[in-house]
Design a protein. Structure first.
Length: 92
């Protein structure tokens, strides 16, 4: 069986194009996924309800208690910040 040189060059060009194209797609998609992760996990570290959640989570962990204090906040962002702090302090 003879190998056709033109055929080998075409196959090599297609493979190289797929490899290079795949890297380009990955490079473009990476920042998009980073932005999604940042919106899913915002930085609450300076939020006072986050800090309250951290304190109560640490206290419950130290005394081996569960999430017995059900805090309800008017703002959804405050509730999320509190829960994020509590869960981080508990080690979950």
């Amino acid at each position: 069986m003879k190998m056709n040189l033109k055929h080998c060059l075409r196959v090599t060009a297609v493979v190289a194009g797929v490899v290079i194209g795949g890297d380009a797609v990955q490079a473009v998609a990476a920042p998009l996924f980073q932005n999604q992760t940042q919106t899913e996990n915002p930085d609450y570290s300076k939020n006072k309800t986050y800090q309250q959640g951290m304190r109560e989570g640490q206290s419950d962990r130290a005394h081996n208690l569960d999430h017995s204090k059900k805090r309800h906040f008017k703002k959804d962002d405050d509730q999320k910040a509190y829960e994020a702090g509590y869960q981080k302090a508990r080690g979950n």
